[in-house]
Ligand binder design. Structure first.
Ligand code: NAP
Length: 455
């Protein structure tokens, strides 16, 4: 895949980039290794200061960064602004909390003094996706840099300018040379990086095949990985739910980021008793959404990030129809205009035992299933290879407790949409990956948890 900025709203190639040559990659690895030896000796207050400064830069220049994201991957400008603000938030969160999360933990033992100490591992590689081009990187960078590690970013090939902008922000914030570097390289170079002694661990956010490939090479090298992969998150609405609130949130939860979010609600599982009403209201909401130029403030849905994603989504929709699905709205790419535009789409009546019912639809397509009761809802929710997040709607306490207990996922949100929050761990189970980002758990993924015993 070429490393290039191609405007998904027009198809125009704006800028192309030469991938780094092997000798340039080697120089950056050298620099990262040397930077770590110095950087690990900096103290928390210096690191916090640099991260706070990064937060200030993000806030001061948010319109520029948001424009870059919208240009490269098509998210609505308003959403891109919110993303930059969230990056500032995660920087401030770790600047404030990492020192206590990483402080020695005294443990009472037979020793005269024993503690658990958290120490940095070294150079950490981040392989990142285009869908939240700033957020995905900052939620890795903020904890990693606070822990005293240094970062190498291999960003998705369609967001090179975002990747370079992030490196520039962290440099201007004051982080020493080499502490955070962007590598403009293709995916094929990742295996070589993992084989390099200086790279100690890696995190990847992206598709299942990419995750499996990184896990395989890392396994061979015996290096730790964190994988944040796909999802086919259920959105369960039981008869006792506040239906209007559920429908409004369902629309946001499906359409976020033009439908290209790992934690977007993808399978809507609705109890028979209220299914007609839910379907009618959801159809009205979808019909009212405006698809178009992502720079315009009244646009709800911009283009999909690449022509391949558009084609793949279209193919999945056609497969769903072939297996018995019925399209209520949308169902084909928008014709007669350049760009990768796909309209809001609802598909009903897909047989629940077909493979397509379990797939991840990465775009503005909602699959609607009807179920007789909570038992069937939980069974269908769990009948997927993924386990990232789940949203469930009920006003009944017993139902709520069962949903929390029995849904197989890294997160369950009751009466709200699934979202990431720096204060809570984020990640999945099953084929959605392993390990956690954010919160104290995310910070502890890339540290040596050292037991210290003094007699
Ligand atoms: P992708 O094709 O897997 O790309 C993600 C990153 O991995 C890119 O930097 C890509 O580089 C790289 N990559 C691709 N194949 C690789 C390989 N064999 N070895 C090493 N690196 C490789 O995924 P995407 O299409 O950009 O993103 C969509 C997927 O990401 C969806 O499934 C979505 O659910 C998931 N996602 C998950 C989360 C989460 O937190 N769980 C968040 C966002 C997205 P190139 O661009 O150069 O190919």
């Amino acid at each position: 895949m070429a490393i290039a900025t191609i405007n998904p709203a027009t198809g125009e190639t704006i800028k192309t980039f030469e991938p780094l040559k092997d000798v340039e990659i080697a120089a950056k690895l050298d620099l990262a290794g040397q930077a770590f030896e110095q950087y690990r000796r900096t103290n928390f207050s210096q690191r916090s200061h640099w991260l706070q400064k990064a937060a200030e830069i993000l806030e001061q220049e948010k319109a520029d960064f948001a424009k870059l994201m919208t240009l490269e991957m098509g998210k609505p400008f308003k959403a891109a602004i919110a993303e930059v603000e969230k990056c500032a938030l995660v920087c401030r969160y770790y600047a404030e909390h990492a020192p206590s999360f990483l402080a020695d933990v005294p443990v009472k033992t037979d020793a005269s003094h024993s503690v658990v100490r958290y120490q940095p591992l070294g150079v950490i590689l981040a392989v990142m996706p285009w869908n939240f081009p700033f957020w995905q990187v900052f939620r890795f960078a903020a904890p990693t840099l606070m822990a005293g590690n240094v970062g190498l970013l291999k960003h998705a090939s369609n967001v090179p300018q975002c990747a370079l902008a992030i490196e520039d922000i962290l440099q201007r914030a004051g982080f020493p040379q080499g502490v955070f570097q962007t590598l403009l390289i293709g995916a094929a170079k990742v295996a070589d990086l993992m084989a390099d002694d200086r790279v100690k661990a890696a995190t990847l956010t992206g598709s299942e095949p990419a995750g499996a490939s990184l896990a395989a090479v890392s396994g061979k090298q015996l290096k730790k990985t964190v994988l944040e992969l796909g999802g086919s998150d259920p959105f369960i609405v039981l008869a006792s739910a506040d239906i209007e609130a559920a429908v409004a949130t369902a629309t946001t939860a499906r359409m976020l980021n033009n439908g290209q979010s790992c934690i977007a609600a993808k399978r809507f599982i609705v109890e028979d008793a209220i299914a007609d009403k839910f379907e009618k209201l959801l159809l009205e909401k979808f019909a009212a959404l405006k698809v178009g130029d992502p720079m315009q403030p009244d646009t709800n849905i911009g283009p999909l990030a690449t022509p391949d994603i558009l084609q793949e989504l279209d193919q999945q929709v056609q497969n769903a129809v072939k297996t018995g699905g019925k399209v209520l709205i949308g169902g084909h790419p928008l014709a007669g205009r350049p760009g990768n535009f796909y309209p809001p789409t609802i598909i009903i009546d897909i047989p629940i035992d077909t493979p397509i019912a379990r797939e991840e639809f990465f775009g503005p397509v909602a699959l609607l299933f009807r179920i007789p009761d909570i038992d069937a809802a939980i069974k269908l929710a769990n009948d997927t290879p993924f386990g990232l997040g789940a949203s469930a709607w009920t006003t009944n306490d017993q139902e709520r407790d069962r949903l929390i207990e029995e849904i197989e996922a890294g997160a369950v949100f009751i009466n709200d949409m699934v979202k990431s929050d720096p204060r809570l761990p984020f990640g999945g189970i099953k084929r959605s990956g392993y390990g956690r980002e954010l919160s104290i758990q995310g910070l502890h993924e890339f540290v040596n948890v050292k037991s210290v015993w003094v007699k």
